[in-house]
Design a protein around this ligand. Structure first.
Ligand SMILES: [Zn+2]
Length: 244
């Protein structure tokens, strides 16, 4: 019995010593460093309504106010593409005039956009489901349809570079080209449903302007109202748009 007890204590001491000697070995330290450097990036800061406290924008479609329905606002789930809505859906009939919400520079204008085949769009959505989120290439090149992006520089919201996106357009004005300096309220084009399922099957149903405002800072891109609850979100959005 005494021999057994002695053997038990002896093996435990050996194990403890072995652990101490390997804990700080170069290989062990390297594995800790490697594990730490591969940790997923955390969101440093979330959207803060104070950032846009003094922001005043022109409604992109005259007399079409910010919608109240949560499904038409930022943060709404978009199950069909495994994603989250980043913008506002302003429901306006096909061909409604779309204007710049603030002055800026055109960075993208899809004058030559051709609607994609219906089957191809379905395949892209299947790919989104496999990835588990909407891949940026599918979102930007297919789902936005005929789009215009404006760069508002660093002045519109102090401390951030701001861009706005106008998507699903049916027409873009000739003057709207990358590098063109656009004024607040200037005509960009007309609303439509490009990039949507209806457009791929030749229908004009579901036409609306999908509009986004993205704030860029510290390696982050934060959409207006990210993770803000309703109705606070609606009140904030309603406040920043001037009646036009
Ligand atoms: Zn939308």
């Amino acid at each position: 019995m005494r021999t057994l007890l002695f053997f038990y204590i002896f093996t435990n001491i050996c194990a403890a010593q072995l652990y101490e000697s390997t804990k700080n070995s170069p290989l062990s330290v390297l594995s800790i460093i490697t594990k730490k450097s591969y940790q997923p990036k955390k969101i440093v800061e979330d959207f803060n309504p104070l950032w846009v406290d003094s922001l005043k924008l022109i409604l992109p479609c005259k007399n079409v106010p910010v919608p109240k329905r949560t499904m038409r606002l930022p943060n709404a789930p978009r199950k069909y593409r495994n994603g989250i809505h980043r913008g506002i859906d302003f429901f306006a009939n096909w061909g409604t005039k779309v204007n710049a919400v603030a002055s800026g520079t055109v960075v993208r204008a899809d004058h030559n956009y051709k609607e994609v085949p219906a089957d191809f769009r379905v395949d892209m959505l299947k790919a989104s489901a496999k990835v588990g989120t909407t891949p940026s290439d599918i979102f930007n090149n297919i789902l936005l349809g005929k789009a215009v992006f404006l760069d508002h520089g660093f002045e519109l919201v102090p401390g951030f570079r701001v861009i706005t996106i106008y998507a699903h357009l049916s027409h873009i004005e000739k003057s709207i080209k990358p590098g063109y300096k656009i004024s607040a309220g200037e005509l960009i084009g007309k609303s439509g449903n490009t990039g949507m399922r209806e457009s791929t099957i030749g229908s004009k149903a579901g036409s609306h302007l999908h509009w986004e405002l993205i704030l860029q800072k510290d390696k982050e891109e934060i959409y207006l109202g990210r993770n803000m609850p309703n109705p606070e979100l609606y009140y904030m959005l309603n406040r920043i748009f001037k009646r036009s």
